[in-house]
Design a protein around this ligand. Structure first.
Ligand code: SF4
Length: 88
């Protein structure tokens, strides 16, 4: 299972991650970026108590194998170095 999360404390809000992998990363009203288990990937958007994502490791989202390259690209390009990929 592939999972990814963002440490919002380090996010610069530039949006590069969403440009590279919009099915995984998205911006919220606070100007920071978050991860999602999007409907495109898993049939339904994963919600956390009605909020799209609480952020940090608590908001970790699964993503499909087909997006691994894009997620790695995003993590490498991320100026905040705050995208963390986990495999288990
Ligand atoms: S690329 Fe990194 S720093 Fe930029 S918005 Fe995404 S998570 Fe934040």
């Amino acid at each position: 299972m592939l999972k990814v999360w963002i440490d919002q404390d380090l996010c610069t809000g530039d949006g590069l991650c969403e440009e590279i992998a919009p099915d995984v990363f998205f911006g919220m009203d606070d100007g920071l970026f978050y991860v999602k288990e999007s409907a495109e990937n898993f049939g339904t958007e994963k919600l956390f108590d009605g909020v799209a994502n609480p952020g940090g490791a608590e908001g970790m989202a699964r993503f499909p194998e087909g997006l691994l390259e894009a997620v790695i690209d995003a993590a490498e390009e991320c100026p905040g170095e705050c995208i963390f990929i986990e495999t288990e």
